[in-house]
Design a protein around this ligand. Structure first.
Ligand SMILES: CN1c2c(nc(N)[nH]c2=O)NC[C@@H]1CNc1ccc(C(=O)N[C@@H](CCC(=O)N[C@@H](CCC(=O)N[C@@H](CCC(=O)O)C(=O)O)C(=O)O)C(=O)O)cc1
Ligand SMILES: N[C@@H](CCS)C(=O)O
Ligand SMILES: [Zn+2]
Length: 761
């Protein structure tokens, strides 16, 4: 009989129990013991559920209180010196301090491959020492065993762990591999001693571009681990294929190898021809772990059968393509969705059910599973037949708009027109859009949703928030104002709620970082905008002031990237439809007298394919879609974009091709590390490198902001520089935001003065 593996289960909880427990601990409402209890209950629930769903290889240690890369750093004793750690187990408060900062800055946070999950970046020094500091993998294995459940402990593999980290001075982190391996060897020995038969080592970095030298180090590392303990290693790769390194990985001395056959279907052919080593188990990643659609099992079954015939049933594992961290918990919770629509969806629970059904079909033949198989087919057929899926009116319009999209005048012409119209000073000041989503704002929204607050009362509450925010921005002296985005739950979900072709869920939460979650909308059909989405709020804000108010929209690539996207149309085609919908909004804002419009694209860089060879094609269509979103605006309307949570140095030519008037970039958090490459690209647009790190509760001093600003003004021509925070302020508290903005404006004024004096003398 074949096996079923989960690889990793969502850890936030069915109803985000982990979020509530950890945030309760942060707020002092829960003690450390109460947090530990809540976490143990959640782990038990996950194990029992997977057990009931028939999973054979149930993961342990795929749970984390904050982030699994941080857990690994802590496990191997990679605690940067600034935390003052002197060895021994890392306590809870130090763990959270590494994640969130406190007395000293936290670890940097960055995107986990091409997902919307963010991990904490391990920091290494060239003389880095490693030591085993934690029994978490062993403890969680024993905890499951005490519940009568045998699990497979999961570890982030040593190669990926190092490659995901950052070496001080820029050296290659794999130089540390031989020093790290003894810690992994010790963990494998301890797990074996505790009774683990298998250990799962995740090595997603093997699907990225890797040199021959790096791969030689991979081989050497796995030779060593194979000799460490007689535990069976399942080497798990995902998010892509192994490319030219398939043979080498296949020949590693491990008992099992997992392949992502959704992202790398070419490996089916490899499996048909490779030598099958004795005792080798192959784990087939056949159910998409990055999307929420019910699988087409009729397409999967005939591909799995020949592998079964070659390897034999006991040596084949059926699995999701990757750990299920990136999908929500259970679609059955979506009680408000039409049951037919709900049947299209497959969250983590349903994905395990699909694997189970597939196994039964393989074991018992289709006759044994006729009813469940028909239900699966019916769900797919009902989705295909839904009238919102293909809309000829939308397709015809998108083609027409894309064909006739007019070009704007050159930037120099636009600059002059906009300067005359907006009359902004040197170093104009602005913010990125959102202001704190206070408890009152969230409560009012929840009340409105639950019908406890009438729609008109909610609208008037929002108008009050906007008015207060505009007045305060004016009083501070900001030059370009925003309305504050109080009406939005999330910058993508808000638009998805109003666009045709999208559905939003009630409980479809996915972890974004730590305790923060997002609810990615689901794009099931052709996208169109039935009515304006932001015009009323923006024009209300503009009616309160003479200063320009920036219209605030999320760009098409980001909406695409942060949604679960339909699988029956190319991403490019879906993105083009979204672009046309956003363009409708841009033109309506312009018609309503809005002079500055920002189209945020924080996820444009995240969507970059993992392999370099695929990147140019993506950037071409992504930039074309972005430009389509503002095609047709007048030259005197100033178009901004904003990017954050990413490195920008490798997409500077795409940024240039976006041809905006102003771009704001996250920069303060990294001390302007990317700015030299941005400056080297000699963009014609103005640039607002962030001068206030909004991820930290710290209020920056005027001198700090000034120093960053001075750096920006030496790297860029000062007449091109804008002054703004790194990103939106929605996650910060009012008490932090207003003083920080005051300091930012003071620094801008001082800097203007310095520049003017320098110009005079
Ligand atoms: C810029 N970022 C974003 C990313 N992805 C997005 N889709 N959106 C982004 O903004 N990726 C990169 C970064 C990631 N950053 C963040 C930052 C902050 C959060 C965050 O704070 N998330 C919140 C959830 C936000 C939200 O939608 N809140 C709802 C309230 C939902 C809720 O809790 N409801 C209650 C019920 C209330 C009731 O009815 O009584 C419940 O479900 O129990 C809202 O504002 O209305 C978080 O808390 O995690 C995420 C990513
Ligand atoms: N306008 C958004 C962008 C976040 S990336 C905000 O300010 O929150
Ligand atoms: Zn941002």
């Amino acid at each position: 009989m074949t096996w079923i593996a989960t690889l990793g289960f969502p850890r936030i909880g069915r109803r985000r129990e982990l979020k509530r427990a950890v945030e309760g601990y942060f707020a002092g409402r829960l003690t450390a013991a109460e947090l530990a209890d809540a976490a143990a209950n959640l782990r038990a629930e996950r194990w029992r559920l997977q057990h009931q769903l028939g999973v054979d290889l149930i993961p342990a240690n795929d749970f984390s209180l904050y982030d699994h890369v941080l857990d690994t750093a802590v496990m191997v004793g990679a605690v940067p010196a600034r935390f003052g750690w002197t060895g021994g187990p890392v306590g809870l408060d130090l763990y959270f301090e590494m994640a969130r900062g406190g007395r000293v800055p936290p670890l940097e946070m960055t995107k986990w491959f091409d997902t919307n999950y963010h991990y904490l970046v391990p920091e290494f020094t060239p003389d880095q020492a490693f030591a085993l500091t934690s029994r978490k993998p062993v403890d969680e294995f024993c905890e499951a065993r005490a519940l009568g459940i045998r699990t497979v402990p999961v570890l982030l593999g040593p190669v990926s762990f190092l490659l995901l980290g950052k070496m001080a001075g820029g050296g290659h982190p794999l130089a540390l591999l031989s020093r790290l391996l003894p810690v992994y060897e010790e963990v494998l020995r301890q797990l074996h001693a505790a009774g683990a038969a298998w250990v799962q080592l995740d090595e997603p970095c093997l699907v990225l571009d890797r040199t021959a030298e790096e791969m030689a180090q991979v081989s050497a590392a796995y030779e060593r681990l194979a000799a460490a303990a007689p535990v069976k290693v399942m080497l798990v790769t995902y998010f892509g294929g192994l490319g030219e390194h398939f043979e080498r990985v296949w020949s590693l001395p491990v008992h099992g190898i997992h392949l992502d056959l959704v992202r790398a279907p070419e490996h089916w052919d490899d499996l048909a021809r490779v030598r099958v080593p004795d005792e080798r188990v192959v784990s087939l990643g056949v159910i998409d772990g990055r999307n929420v659609w019910r699988a087409d099992l009729d397409a999967v079954l005939p591909r799995v059968s020949p592998v079964l015939a070659r390897f034999g049933g006991e040596r084949v594992v059926l699995a999701p393509s990757c750990p299920l961290l990136h999908v929500p918990w259970d679609a059955a919770q979506e009680g408000k969705l039409d049951p037919k629509v709900r049947s299209w969806l497959s969250f983590a629970v349903q994905k395990l059910e699909e694997l189970h059904l597939l196994r039964r079909a393989l074991d018992e033949g289709e006759d044994g599973v006729r009813e469940a198989w028909s239900a699966q087919r019916a769900a797919l057929a009902s989705r295909r037949a839904h009238p919102g899926v293909v809309r000829q009116d939308v397709r015809a319009r998108v083609e027409a708009v894309a064909a006739e999209a007019p070009a704007r005048a050159p930037r120099a012409v636009r600059r002059r027109l906009q300067k005359d119209r907006l009359g902004l000073p040197l170093l104009p000041t602005t913010t990125i859009g959102s202001f704190p989503q206070t408890e009152a704002v969230r409560r009012a929204r929840a009340d409105a949703r639950q019908g406890r607050m009438a729609p008109e009362a909610y609208a008037s509450f929002l108008r009050e928030q906007i008015a207060r925010c505009v007045r305060r921005q004016e009083a501070l002296g900001l030059d370009v104002l925003v309305h504050g985005e109080f009406e939005r739950t999330d910058m993508v979900e808000y638009f998805a709620e109003q666009l045709d072709g999208f559905l939003v869920t009630e409980h479809g939460w996915v972890q974004s970082y730590g305790t923060r979650c997002v609810k990615p909308p689901v794009i099931y059909g052709d996208v169109a905008r039935p009515r304006p989405m932001t015009v009323a709020w923006t024009t209300y804000a503009q009616s309160l002031t003479d200063r320009p108010v920036k219209g605030m929209l999320t760009g098409p690539v980001t909406i695409l990237q942060w949604s679960f996207v339909r699988d029956d149309l190319s991403r490019e085609a879906v993105c083009r439809q979204i672009a046309v919908a956003i363009r409708d909004e841009v033109l309506d804002l312009e018609r309503a007298g809005i002079r500055v419009i920002q189209i945020d694209e924080p996820a444009l860089r995240e969507g970059l394919p993992l392999r370099r060879a695929d990147r140019a094609l993506y950037l071409d269509w992504a930039v074309a879609c972005f430009r389509l979103a503002y095609a047709g605006v007048r030259d005197e309307t100033q178009i901004h974009t904003h990017m954050c949570y990413a490195e920008f140095s490798d997409i500077t030519s795409a940024i240039a091709a976006m041809d905006v008037d102003v771009i704001s970039l996250e920069a303060a958090r990294s001390g302007m590390a990317d700015l030299p490459s941005i400056a080297a690209a000699r963009l014609s647009c103005d640039i607002g490198p962030g001068v206030y790190d909004i991820h930290s509760p710290r209020i920056p001093e005027v001198a700090e902001v000034r120093a960053l600003l001075a750096k920006a003004c030496t790297l860029l021509p000062p007449e091109q520089v804008w002054v703004n925070p790194d990103c939106g302020l929605k996650t910060r508290r009012e008490e932090e935001v207003w003083p920080a903005l005051t300091h930012m404006i003071t620094a801008a004024r001082e800097m203007r003065e310095t520049l003017t004096q320098a110009a005079r003398s």
